[in-house]
Design a protein around this ligand. Structure first.
Ligand code: ZN
Length: 386
């Protein structure tokens, strides 16, 4: 009963939406650089996911229709929520807004809906014969709930697919990154070479089906107009009906933008590069030494081995500082801001850059925000007022 409807629903439901803005994407209210899913997916928790919970949810849902009851429907709701809750801690699934999906599920499994689902089930099971106006009326009301009923029954399969697809993406990213690092691809053209070889490698073609449309997507695209700092822009909003399409698109588009992963030579963890493509060591805190690896690299006595030198200009924080410095000078020469305020703005970005170099929590969470032009001039004005 309903097998085809469920299959169809699993394939064709719009599950979530992503807005693409230049080199960033927006998901559930938060922005990430394009390609960032590769960084999340390469974490061990994604590569080796425990799927026991979702497998038992799937097994429960497969037997459900043999003898459906209200209690079983309520229990289905409960275990779906518990699977979602367990996914919250996963680095990748954490980017979805759990509360938003839990609210949707609560509507889908409301008492009123559950009663309608039971009626639908009975109508189908008992081959309901429509021979009175009253019966026709009832059927009409139920048809409206049918779509939700099928969606409710499809969720276990949708979740199972999502976990399988994330695991497979995670291993694709791992293999791909391994090749990029091994070949020392440090610019867009070398990255393109490494990516091309990856796609043409017969073994990988077999494993990841890269020979048959590796980045095939079935998504719905809508234009959205958004106001950014007083100006309107056209962005692309994409509705995805499976996770794989989103992930593959993100990796592929990330590479186009030169956003990719590198492995830190000191801690072996992966870091995500958007600008500083010659970065050798990560800027996150090394658990062994309590300071960022980029700091460790400058003090070889800490690790007692010879380090390759990483230039100051190889830091993404330096590159951002440099960009802002150029803009401040440009605005001054265009007469947009006078000499006094420009000098203060420069003082402010120098100070923020110094902070970013010694405080890695600040650098990772706040630095970029503080370095937005709007914030720079606001801070410069405030400094003058005092
Ligand atoms: Zn490191």
């Amino acid at each position: 009963m309903f097998e085809n409807d469920i299959q169809d629903k699993v394939k064709n439901s719009n599950l979530f939406e992503v807005v693409y803005k230049k080199d960033k994407f927006l998901l559930d209210g938060k922005e990430y650089p394009i390609g960032y899913t590769s960084y999340l997916a390469i974490q061990e928790e994604c590569r080796f996911m425990d799927n026991k919970r979702v497998k038992s949810l799937l097994a429960f849902s497969e037997d459900l229709l043999q003898d459906l009851t209200m209690d079983k429907l309520s229990y289905l709701h409960k275990i779906i929520l518990s699977v979602l809750n367990s996914l919250k801690a996963n680095p990748f699934f954490g980017i979805f807004d759990y509360d938003k999906y839990a609210d949707k599920l609560n509507l889908l499994f409301s008492d009123e809906r559950l009663e309608q689902y039971m009626d639908i089930y009975i109508v189908y099971r008992d081959n309901y014969v429509v021979d009175t106006a009253e019966k026709a009326d009832k059927l009409d009301r139920l048809i409206r709930a049918f779509d939700d009923f099928i969606l409710a029954l499809s969720i276990p399969k949708i979740l199972d697919n999502a976990i399988t697809q994330l695991t497979s993406y995670s291993s694709l990213v791992f293999q791909m990154t391994h090749r990029i690092v091994e070949r020392g691809a440090r610019n867009k053209s070398q990255l393109a070479d490494a990516f091309g070889d990856f796609l043409n490698n017969p073994y990988l073609q077999f494993t990841f089906r890269t020979d048959t449309q590796p980045f095939k997507t079935r998504a719905t695209v809508m234009p959205v107009i958004e106001n950014v700092n007083g100006e309107n822009y056209i962005f692309r909003k994409v509705y995805y009906n499976n996770l794989k399409d989103f992930l593959n698109t993100d990796l592929f588009e990330g590479y186009i933008h030169g956003h990719y992963l590198w492995r830190c030579d000191i801690c072996d963890r992966y870091f995500f590069m958007t600008t500083a493509h010659k970065q050798l060591y990560c800027s996150t805190k090394n658990p062994k030494y309590g300071v960022p690896c980029s700091y460790v690299a400058k003090h070889p006595e800490v690790v007692k081995r010879k380090m390759e030198r990483q230039k100051k200009t190889d830091s993404p924080y330096y590159l951002l500082w440099q960009k802002r410095n150029d803009l401040i000078r440009k605005n001054k020469s265009l007469g947009k801001y006078d000499e006094t305020i420009s000098a203060k703005a420069k003082e402010y970005i120098d100070d923020r850059f110094d902070e970013a170099q010694i405080n890695c929590d600040y650098a990772e969470t706040q630095f970029e925000k503080d370095m937005e032009m709007e914030n720079i001039y606001k801070a410069a004005k405030e400094m003058l007022d005092v």
